[in-house]
Design a protein around this ligand. Sequence first.
Ligand code: NAD
Length: 419
Amino acid sequence: MIQPNPTKVTPFGAVNASVNRAADLLGIKENYRRLLTTCWRETKVSLPITDDKGELRVYEGYRVQHNGVRGPYKGGVRYHPEVDLDEVKSLASLMTWKCAIVNIPFGGAKGGICVDPAKLSERELQALTRRFVNSIKTMIGPYKDIMAPDMGTNPKVMGWMMDAYGQLNGYSPAIVTGKPVTLEGTPDRLDATGLGVAMITRRVMEARKEFLSGKTVVVQGFGNVGSFAALHLHRMSAKVIAVSDVNGTVFDKDGLDVEKLMAYLEAKKTLAGFPHAEFALPGELNALGLECDILVPAALGHVIHAGNVEAVKARYIIEGANGPITPEADDYLNRKGVIIVPDIMANAGGVVGSYFEWCQNIQMHHWERSESKLELDKFMSAALAGVSQAANKYGINYREAAFVVGVDRVYQAAAARGH
Ligand code: NAD
């Protein structure tokens, strides 16, 4: 039985533990470690708005810029009732390493507002968004700090952000990515994270002389990341035998037609009742424990933990979600020989897609779909090559190696700037 670790580490502390392990291997001295483990700028703002009843409401917002030595800060804005500064710092730091691993010229940032967006009307949400942009206006800019959607925000919110910034600075589509296509967003951004997950899965298997064709896949979460990861793995000839969402799991041992399943969910708003497949409620079946070659957790953090990790049977785990495996469960799976592709590499297709959107915006130009798919594969493959090289050099797993690559690139850039 795996025991949970009783010592409480904050999210930012947990990321820094990985950064410090990488710094140990790279022989980075204490003064530089401080640069890598502290945030450049942490801003907390008070956001007063008038609600629909004419009452004053005050929310708390954050924008954290972790490290910008490799380029403008880049990171999403989360609207969630549990947003706090430590979480935003940890997510900003992860963005620094993620951008460095896929080698795009961005630093790491993140923002958030402590709010449950489902409880606000559209007018209130728009007022809050505009107030937030106004409060951080001096920190952000197309070459300074570029925002994007995260939990609780979406293309519509990005459109409001672009407009609020544009009112002060003129037309600036490159201030946010993940925008509506009518506002110079790119259709390719929609599936970039899931497509990147599928691409990296294919490459990781090829590196082991295994092929995706006919391999069984289980995907937890059928939202943006999970549905497109399942769709592209299906198109690459893998056999997607089960997908789950918050309401249950749909499965078919002969493989689901993911294209049809996505259309079914769109029409019926539920996975239950999909023709020729079985359906189980969350209490009846744990998708994470199903027999399969590849497991893609693409819903929430910490879903594979000390209490359920022994049930996991997959040989490969590709982290579509951020932080789906707790450190204790990660240790157990590594000892068992499971190949884990960590979030900071596996789901980096999203920020690469955002980078492509930003490139097109600053050039006022549009790429072909085939061009951005080819480019995404190049970036994901190059990231894997770098991480594999570090894994071989130091005899470490992909997660540790990904931090080594990210930390090394940021460290080299900081040193080259004369920091
Ligand atoms: P989403 O809201 O579109 O989808 C989440 C899905 O998870 C939904 O299908 C929901 O029903 C399901 N879900 C929730 N609780 C569940 C549970 N207990 N069991 C099974 N399924 C459950 O979110 P998303 O954008 O797909 O993001 C998913 C994860 O990926 C998050 O951790 C996010 O931070 C991360 N991520 C997203 C992107 C992106 O571009 N969207 C990029 C990088 C990382």
